[in-house]
Design a protein around this ligand. Structure first.
Ligand SMILES: Cc1cc2nc3c(=O)[nH]c(=O)nc-3n(C[C@H](O)[C@H](O)[C@H](O)COP(=O)(O)O)c2cc1C
Length: 368
């Protein structure tokens, strides 16, 4: 229904401008009537709450960062079946991001290229929105990043931890966006060690007043395995609570059909990212050795893809690009598929299969 009727109309909106269609959708979701919201949520076996990072997740399917950067549609996401939502990336000060157009659909490949550049309303405004919703509960992670012109990027992350600690269920330290020049350098061992030391220190300082907020590190799928060794080593030694694998890729897989779009700069997401990001989940899982859980993101567009990501090592998953192509009904269909897998295999919970295929996947040829 979405793909036959709604999607063509949506893709024609705003003269075919992808960002215009995104803004229109967010406005509709922000004003979804309460009755419609209540009617939407169904309950599957996979809706049994699970504890990850010390938090109770109602189900393992989350909304990835970037969709609701400013937290304007918070009530809509749980109503559509999501178990958690990650707002952001939020920066300390509001910033406009890069010039438009900066989001491009690659329709035949079910992919997106974006170079948004952390456009967002800034910490103060987003904090007010999250605080106004705080009594409604639900897991709302806050993905934080540095302003483009920041003189001390690590300090931005520290201030953001201090600001959002009272309302953030968890933090994601985003050092993997390709659209803020130099940001990905924060993944290098010495810089990352300094950043995480300061971030974890800030979290400990605010803990007494604001409670505990787990800190997760979100990485790029483009790291070399030697770099991944360093990143995991630093993450473990600084005792982060988890990692999100992965952000968008700056690579352009040879399978992409849209030659004209390939010259667009930015991060690629969606179906063509699936194999690389799943490989990186498995590579990370074997290096982490159970020290903390992982969230898997990248190209998940079906129950089967979700299951593969979980078997590669993800305790939870996040979606973004597939919602553009398949609509929000995808959340319920992934949950239904995961639930029938549980019933069919006689398992109580997905945690029994997290990482079951990690060793096999890491032995395969590198995804091209
Ligand atoms: C338009 C767009 C904007 C995004 N913005 C952010 C962001 O602000 N911060 C972030 O950490 N990831 C951002 N992402 C990356 C997603 O959170 C996710 O990691 C990535 O798209 C892979 O998942 P997918 O293939 O399901 O889209 C963005 C992705 C897209 C498509």
């Amino acid at each position: 229904m979405y793909q036959r009727l709604a999607r063509p109309a949506l893709f024609r909106l705003a003269g075919g401008d992808a960002e215009g269609a995104h803004e229109w959708t967010l406005r509709r979701l922000a004003s979804l009537p309460v009755a419609a919201r209540r009617a939407l949520g169904r309950v599957y076996a996979v809706d049994a709450p699970r504890e990850v990072f010390g938090l109770r997740f109602p189900n393992p399917v989350g909304l990835a960062a970037g969709m609701d950067k400013n937290g304007v549609a918070l009530p809509a996401w749980p109503a559509l079946g999501f178990g958690f939502v990650e707002v952001g990336t939020v920066t300390r000060y509001a910033q406009p991001g890069n010039d438009r157009p900066r989001v491009f659909r690659l329709r035949a490949s079910h992919a997106v290229i974006n170079r948004m550049g952390f456009n967002n309303d800034g910490a103060e405004v987003v904090l007010r929105r999250l605080a106004a919703r705080a009594q409604h509960g639900g897991i709302v992670g806050v993905n934080i990043g540095a302003n483009k012109d920041s003189a001390d990027r690590a300090d931005d992350y520290v201030r953001l931890i201090e600001t959002f600690a009272p309302v953030a269920s968890y933090f994601t330290v985003n050092v993997s966006s390709p659209n803020t020049p130099g940001l990905r350098n924060l993944q290098q061992a010495t810089e990352l060690d300094d950043l995480l030391a300061r971030v974890i220190d800030a979290r400990e300082r605010v803990r007494k007043n604001a409670g505990d907020s787990p800190v997760l590190l979100k990485i790029a799928p483009d790291l070399s395995l030697a770099d991944l060794d360093d990143v995991v080593h630093v993450a473990r030694s600084r005792r982060v609570d988890g990692m999100i694998v992965a952000n968008t890729t700056i690579g352009r897989p040879s399978t992409l059909r849209e030659q004209t779009r390939l010259k667009e700069q930015g991060g690629l997401s969606g179906r063509p990212l699936f194999r690389l990001s799943t490989r990186m989940v498995a590579e990370t899982f074997v290096r982490v050795e159970g020290a903390f859980p992982l969230i898997g993101a990248g190209g998940i567009d079906s129950g089967g893809a979700a299951l593969t990501k979980i078997r590669a090592g993800a305790s939870l998953i996040q979606l973004y690009s597939s919602l553009v192509y398949k609509g929000v009904g995808l959340v319920e269909s992934i949950k239904a598929d995961l639930s029938s897998t549980l019933l069919r295999t006689g398992r109580e919970s997905l945690s029994e299969i997290v990482g079951a295929d990690a060793a096999t996947i890491t032995a395969e040829d590198w995804p091209g």
